[in-house]
Design a protein around this ligand. Structure first.
Ligand code: ATP
Ligand code: MG
Length: 757
């Protein structure tokens, strides 16, 4: 085989090459955006394979399936098809694979279902109902987050309950209830032969903790362990990687603390600090040169992130040209923001002969995409949205997948609930709940209840339930006969009645749902036909779709030349020639939920840093002065982040053109800042944000423990208002207040400077 090593080694700078050639032992690269971390990881793997390391013995963990797909392609270009054998993927997909192999150790079968968040929340809702708890106090969403948080810190239901006992009274009662829900939830998942997303990591930890033989096997197997985006691994993920690399100690992690944006999911920047403790002989390599972006973009990003107190010290510079200034676009409304940006894309495309795919629009929340979609459509510019309502989240898709899941795993409670009455069989929710509870009480599978008429409840329903059981039995037979995923799915779509029902619905929506189901079947056909998939079983197909993340959407169209729209979170690791960071308004970005502590605000700032550093040649910011949110028109202030960018990198002419109320303002950065500064113009710029956080004697957080709806309050920034809603979950007590000046605001009571009048 031809060795290509020399080729790619020449495309690396000195520290990058050092990292690629690093022989063995722990290696850590913490470096700024665009400095080639992912590239180093990719070439390092290629280099190992070229030097005789068996690809089966390399474990490489990335953040999205898309990222790992790209990495694999890149390596394949260097070393050939052997690259397909690397254990490469997201934490969830790789450990789901290991859990399937070792399922029996934990009492699962290898075709366990994976509950997505909808499934998990639906199960939680059932349990909360069964417990007769107030679902306003115990919201499925909140309970889900609590349980998820616990699992990511490896706290089991039992631990959680025990912990509740040592808490203060009020909180203890609530924690105990949540602990009880957690326990039942865990039991029900287990009985359903199902794991939720967090279980994939939680159970891997249990597996490696309780079965040393299994751990030993994988520790020896994986000669090299690589982790990209290390800053966003949580404790649970870190423990797994640490254990897996304990024997060979060839662990290479790359990341950037300035891009840590998942603290809310339990990702822990401490991992970076702990790494040096856990691997004292670690070799640390710095990469300081940015290859991605212009000088303007790199320096603007540096000027922003310098404001964060907690960060590791590192430099980033670039030898790329200065490039153009960052446009700041001010719009009167969200719709105008959409139009201005669509026009900017249109003009830039024409002037520079660019393609749609050179552009990305990045926003803080998915809901912002609408105005850009409309405007782009009007100008005939093709786009794609990553995330948002994903293909696999659509009802008709989940319905068919529900049938497929239940055919593979008849203990899957959530799949069962989804399909038992679909199409209508006259079986009510009450009966369904009873079946689930019977199964749970008798400690038997849902299927045992359904397929054995002795168990269930009353004669009237026996007919339809028996019919359902017979139908599922006929589907199971197809698996036993060794039919592939497509044959079975196509058969199920037809005989279950799903396709017929959609076909009969002649509305536009009905038609599009019918097409979606066809599209899913096409996807399954593709899966079966692809050489890359050896296992063509239904179970294998379900595995492959159960862990798709938002960033892994199948391209609905082969046409790749589209403007990309997505949240900043899903843009991590990516790069685009031209980037628009939109919706730069207070309470939107930084998000209102993230204003209450310095840590939160710093996390938002890191998110802003991630957004800026996606751009190669040209960056634009935009904000609107008013915006519809939750069906209401809201006045907006420009984001404090706009003021944090060193003004010498900003081009404000665009804004001044559309800002008629500021005639004659010179187009210099300083005047822009003065114009933007929301409050006292004499305040030093970097103090703008601090103002809202300085405790004042009058407005120190007052005792708001008996605050109720209807109370009149005063807030030091927003003035007078009335409490219209209280939201209490554990220690996070929130109040929604209708203020005379600014409309509705939701405030965290532990921080809000409120005075009860
Ligand atoms: P992020 O922090 O955003 O994930 P990163 O550090 O992983 O960034 P890469 O994506 O690996 O950076 O690299 C950024 C860009 O710079 C890529 O287009 C990459 O191909 C290019 N690049 C990196 N190193 C070099 C180099 N030595 N020569 C030329 N181009 C390079
Ligand atoms: Mg990267």
């Amino acid at each position: 085989r031809l060795k290509k090593t020399e080729n790619y080694l020449q495309t690396l700078n000195e520290p990058q090459r050092e990292a690629v050639l690093h022989g063995g032992g722990p290696l850590m690269i913490i470096a700024g955006a665009g400095s080639g971390k992912t590239r180093v990881l990719t070439f390092r793997i290629a280099h190992l394979i070229e030097n005789g390391v068996d690809p089966f013995r390399i474990l490489s963990l990335t953040f999205t399936n898309k990222a790992s797909g790209e990495m694999r392609q890149r390596i394949e270009a260097e070393v050939g098809t052997e690259a397909r054998n690397i254990w490469m993927g997201t934490f969830h997909s790789v450990f789901a694979k290991i859990l399937r192999i070792e399922a029996r150790y934990l009492g699962y079968t290898s075709d366990f279902s994976i509950y997505d968040t909808d499934d998990s929340k639906s199960l939680l809702r059932s349990i909360i109902k069964e417990f007769n708890l107030d679902d306003k106090v115990y919201k499925a969403n909140v309970v889900y987050n609590r349980i998820s948080g616990a699992k990511n810190r490896l706290i089991s239901a039992e631990d959680y309950l025990n912990n509740a006992i040592i808490q203060a009274d009020d909180e203890a009662a609530k924690m105990k209830e949540i602990g009880r829900i957690y326990k039942t939830y865990a039991t029900r998942c287990f009985q359903a032969n199902a794991m939720d997303f967090d279980d994939l990591l939680f159970n891997t930890n249990i597996l490696f903790r309780d079965f040393p033989d299994v751990l030993y096997k994988y520790q020896h197997k994986f000669q090299h362990v690589m982790v990209d985006e290390f800053q966003d691994t949580n404790v649970s993920q870190y423990l797994i990687t640490r254990k897996l690399s304990a024997v060979h100690r060839n662990i290479c992690v790359v990341g950037d603390d300035a891009q840590s944006i998942y603290a809310f999911r339990g990702a822990n920047i401490e991992n970076i600090l702990n790494f040096e403790k856990d691997f004292p002989d670690v070799r640390t390599i710095k990469l300081e040169q940015n290859y991605r972006s212009t000088g303007t973009i790199v320096n603007a990003a540096n000027s922003v992130i310098a404001r964060n107190k907690s960060q590791l010290k590192k430099e980033t510079f670039t030898k790329n040209e200065e490039g153009v200034l960052i446009d700041v676009i001010k719009a009167g409304s969200d719709n105008e923001e959409g139009r201005l940006i669509a026009t900017a894309i249109f003009e830039e495309k024409m002037q520079k002969a660019l393609r749609n795919e050179n552009f990305a629009i990045l926003y803080r929340t998915n809901a912002q995409s609408r105005s850009f979609e409309e405007a782009l459509r009007k100008l005939g510019i093709k786009y794609r949205i990553i995330g948002g309502m994903s293909f696999y989240q659509r009802k008709e898709i989940k319905d068919l997948l529900g049938y497929l899941r239940f055919t593979v795993n008849q203990r899957d409670e959530e799949a069962f609930k989804r399909i038992i009455n679909l199409p209508k069989r006259g079986i009510g929710d009450g009966t369904v709940a009873k079946i689930a509870v019977t199964a749970s009480e008798q400690q038997i599978a849902i299927w045992d209840v359904v397929s054995n008429s002795g168990y269930y409840i009353g004669g009237r329903l026996a007919g339809p339930i028996d019919q359902f059981a017979t139908l599922i039995k006929s589907f199971k037979l197809l698996i036993e006969e060794g039919k592939d995923a497509y044959e079975i799915a196509a058969h199920i779509a037809k005989t279950s009645g799903i396709l017929r029902e959609l076909y009969e619905d002649k509305t536009v929506e009905g038609l599009s749902r019918y097409e979606n189901v066809q599209e899913l079947l096409n996807g399954i056909k593709e899966f079966v036909d692809s050489d890359a998939n050896e296992d063509k079983s239904l179970s294998a197909f379900l595995q492959s779709v159960s862990l798709l993340t938002n960033a892994d959407e199948p391209d609905e169209n082969e046409d790749h030349d589209r403007v990309t729209m997505m949240t900043i979170h899903s843009a991590k690791g990516l790069e685009f020639r031209n980037v628009f960071v939109v919706g730069l308004e207070e309470d939107l970005f930084p998000s209102q939920m993230m204003l209450e502590s310095r840590q939160d605000l710093e996390e938002e700032r890191r998110l802003f840093y991630v957004a800026i550093t996606r751009a190669e040649q040209k960056l634009s910011f935009s904000y609107a002065e008013s915006r519809y949110q939750w069906g209401r028109l809201k006045m907006c202030e420009p984001s404090r982040f706009l003021l944090e960018v060193d003004p010498k990198f900003l081009n404000v002419t665009k804004m001044l053109q559309t800002g008629p109320e500021r005639p004659g303002a010179e187009s210099s950065g300083t005047s822009f800042v003065r114009n933007l500064t929301p409050r006292k113009p004499s305040e030093p710029r970097n103090m703008v944000s601090a103002a809202a956080h300085t405790p004042s004697s009058d407005f120190s957080p007052s005792d708001t423990s008996n605050l109720t709806e209807g109370d009149k309050v005063e807030h030091m920034k927003f003035g007078f208002g009335t409490v219209i809603k209280m939201d209490i979950n554990g220690t996070d007590r929130k109040a929604t207040v209708k203020f005379d000046t600014v409309g509705d605001k939701t405030l965290l009571l532990s921080f809000a400077k409120l005075r009860i009048l």
